[in-house]
Design a protein. Structure first.
Length: 303
């Protein structure tokens, strides 16, 4: 594994655990996903998406503006898309029906902050329901590759997750064509043990680049974690594991409220010949939690 470096500390004004991040290499702004209680808590959750400024001299990324999606979900696995000058965010939106049932929709929308939360009936700017190619009882998340060509779907359910690789152009045109599949991978301790896995079942993020699927896993139960943090790479062509990066984190934290939890993964193109893998750590007591972002760089072949 390349040597990880500390990048910055996210500083959203909302006091809730970070769930995911996305980095805009055009502006060096960072988008942070969180959740708060919904209209009926704890059954419903309101996604909170915060746009943070580039790191200051203290490596803090301070809040610029925020969007709240009422009852829409957990605020994790933010899909980030740059199409020329257009910026789109992708989310799985939980739509609560009048009878209390739920439907799940994969959506994308433009950034526009405001004080009042958005709702399904009063949605964010230019919100579009995108084709998930699965029924509305299936939770599908999307992550886009940093070159703007491919999109990875994560399909959850039944104690496992499965992944599909598609082209963005196909998805935007509603063409159901899967290039590669990976999984199933266990997402609970029971299904992991049944599959002979000792760990890597608590999913905290995923990403795709260069023919590889990345999964970020690990729980947050302190020094006695049963699922240690790991970044794992899989080959899209055959679904095989090709690299495992164990414990990609700051292991030395012994401060008050020794919570330490992996949260969020993104891959960005940070230079013409370089990509950067960034992952998050939520650390410390609830009243003063840090959202630390680490990374390492890969240089792309040019010949």
């Amino acid at each position: 594994m390349p040597t990880p470096v500390f990048e910055f500390d996210l500083n959203p004004n909302t006091n809730a655990v970070m769930q995911d991040l996305a980095w805009d290499p055009w502006t060096w702004e960072v988008f942070c996903g969180q959740f708060t209680g919904g209209t009926i808590s704890p059954q419903r959750q309101t996604a909170v998406l915060t746009r943070c400024a580039p790191p200051d001299d203290a490596n803090q990324c301070n809040e610029i503006s925020v969007m709240k999606l009422l009852d829409a979900g957990h605020g994790h696995m933010i899909g980030f898309q740059r199409s020329k000058s257009e910026l789109w965010l992708w989310q799985n939106w939980t739509r609560w029906m009048p009878d209390g049932s739920r439907k799940f929709y994969l959506v994308r929308f433009r950034w526009r902050s405001r004080v009042a939360p958005y709702t399904w009936e009063d949605p964010p700017l230019d919100m579009q329901v995108m084709s998930s190619f699965h029924n509305d009882q299936t939770v599908v998340y999307a992550q886009l590759d940093p070159f703007g060509e491919y999109i990875a779907y994560r399909i959850g359910g039944g104690g496992y997750d499965r992944f599909e690789l598609r082209t963005i152009g196909d998805v935007e045109r509603g063409i159901d064509r899967v290039l590669h599949r990976a999984g199933p991978f266990p997402t609970t301790k029971d299904t992991a043990q049944a599959a002979g896995w000792a760990d890597r079942y608590t999913v905290q993020g995923f990403a795709t680049v260069g023919g590889r699927l990345w999964r970020y896993t690990g729980d947050g139960t302190g020094t006695n974690r049963s699922d240690p943090a790991a970044l794992t790479e899989y080959d899209w062509k055959n679904g095989d594991e090709v690299a495992r990066h164990n414990e990609p984190k700051d292991t030395g934290y012994l401060g008050p409220g020794t919570r330490w939890e992996p949260e969020g993964l993104t891959i960005a193109r940070t230079a013409p010949e370089q990509i950067r893998v960034l992952w998050g750590v939520a650390r410390g007591p609830t009243s003063n939690r840090e959202f630390l972002i680490y990374s390492f760089a890969y240089w792309l072949k040019t010949s």
